[in-house]
Structures are given as C-alpha cells and as structure tokens.
Design a protein around this ligand. Structure first.
Ligand code: ITT
Length: 200
C-alpha cells in the first residue's frame, strides 16, 4: 500500500510518515517525484488549496494522494497569517523569516501576553481517481510566545505555545505533537471515515 503526500514540506511529511507507517503504508512526497509540477495555491480557503493540491496530483499520477493545507491563525491579527502562513514574509519565505515577521507584527501591535492567543488549523483532502475526495479538518489552541523555544518540529512550532502544557510545539517530541496537534486531530477524524471511503 502506498500513499503520496502532495507536499514538498519535509516537516509535515515526517508527521504523516509516523502516522501512516503504523498502518502499513509506504509514504512518499513530491520531493520523490521531481517531474511533477508545483501546484499553485490560488484558493482563498484551506479546503480550496488542499483540494487543488490533492486532486491535481491524483489526476496526474493516478495515485491515492493526501494533501494538507494548514496555517496559524492569530486572534489579534484577525486570523492572519491563515492561508498565507507559508508566504507571510514573502513568496518563498523561510520558516525563520516568517517567525521573525510574526514576532515583529505582535511587538508593533503591543499586545499583552494574554492577548497573544492563536490556533493552528489544518484541512486534509484525500483524493483518488474516480471518486469524490474525503475532507477533514483539525485545530489546536494555543498562544504565541515572545521568544522562540525548542528544537523539534518545523514552521511556527518554536513560537506556538500549546494551551494544555504551556510548552511550545517545538519543545514536544514528534510522538507528543502527534497526539495533540491540529494535524493529529484531523488524522483521527480521517481514520474513522477511511474504511467507508475506500469502499465507496
Ligand atoms: P505544501 O504546500 O507543499 O504542503 P507548505 O509549507 O507550503 O507545504 P502550507 O501551504 O500548508 O504548506 O503552509 C503552511 C504554513 O504553516 C507553513 O509556513 C508551515 O510551516 C506552517 N505550518 C503548518 N503546519 C505546521 C505545524 O504543525 N507546525 C508549525 N508550522 C506549521
């Protein structure tokens, strides 16, 4: 059994691999297929972008494909960076540049620590030839730290403080993050729907 994740993000891929290898799937991502095009994320919502990625790559390859569109929504910024999380500091911004931009935005709005609430959101779309795609989503509540902490994870993890433990996502191990994250909750929902969807 094999599953192609329509992403070039190795941080996301690590989390999916940990999950799907338990279920007996061989997991690949787009970095294993250099000939496949980058899918432009032209949607205005997480679902539109996840659909674009999953369905385009499934049509091109005929494979079972999962796409993840996710982002960080900061309350005091009106939900930004949201669907623009990967491009917050510019078109091909690094994680470090996006994190610096986030800290800068919050410093210049001078919000108090208790006003730095935020959530991570993910929408997952699974696509296969000749059937309607499966869509699930998950959210993780927390707040934005004033300085980055922790070495694990990727993206905004060093700045995202988990509401339940007070640790940043980058201070959690992969296994710990995979129990509580937005992606973990979405995957839990996916598992409950997966058998019926596969038969459909
Ligand atoms: P693909 O589109 O190739 O999957 P991407 O990194 O561009 O990769 P998105 O368009 O979904 O992914 O953008 C998500 C942004 O949110 C990106 O900056 C990620 O680093 C960040 N992000 C998503 N999930 C995260 C997580 O679990 N921890 C930290 N940051 C995360």
């Amino acid at each position: 059994k094999s599953l192609l994740i329509a992403t070039r993000n190795e941080g996301k891929t690590r989390e999916f691999k940990a999950f799907f290898s338990h279920l007996g799937y061989t997991v690949k991502n787009l970095n294993d297929f250099p000939e496949l095009p980058d899918v432009a994320e032209t949607g205005m919502t997480f679902e539109e972008n996840a659909r674009l990625k999953a369905e385009t790559i499934s049509e091109l390859t005929g494979e079972l494909v999962l796409a993840d569109d996710s982002g960080l929504m900061v309350d005091v910024l009106g939900g930004l960076p949201g669907v623009w999380s990967a491009r917050f500091a510019g078109p091909h911004a690094t994680d470090a540049a996006n994190n610096a931009k986030l800290l800068h935005e919050l410093a210049s709005t001078a919000v108090t620590p208790e006003k730095r609430t935020a959530k991570f959101h993910t929408t997952l779309v699974v696509a296969a030839p000749d059937k309607p795609s499966l869509v699930v989503e998950g959210e993780w509540l927390g707040a934005i730290a004033t300085i980055p902490k922790g070495d694990d994870g990727f993206g905004y993890d060093p700045l995202f403080v988990d509401e339940a433990t007070g640790k940043t996502a980058a201070q959690l191990t992969l296994a710990q993050k995979n129990k509580v994250s937005h992606r973990a909750l979405a995957l839990e929902k996916l598992l409950t729907k997966w058998p019926d969807w596969q038969k459909s």
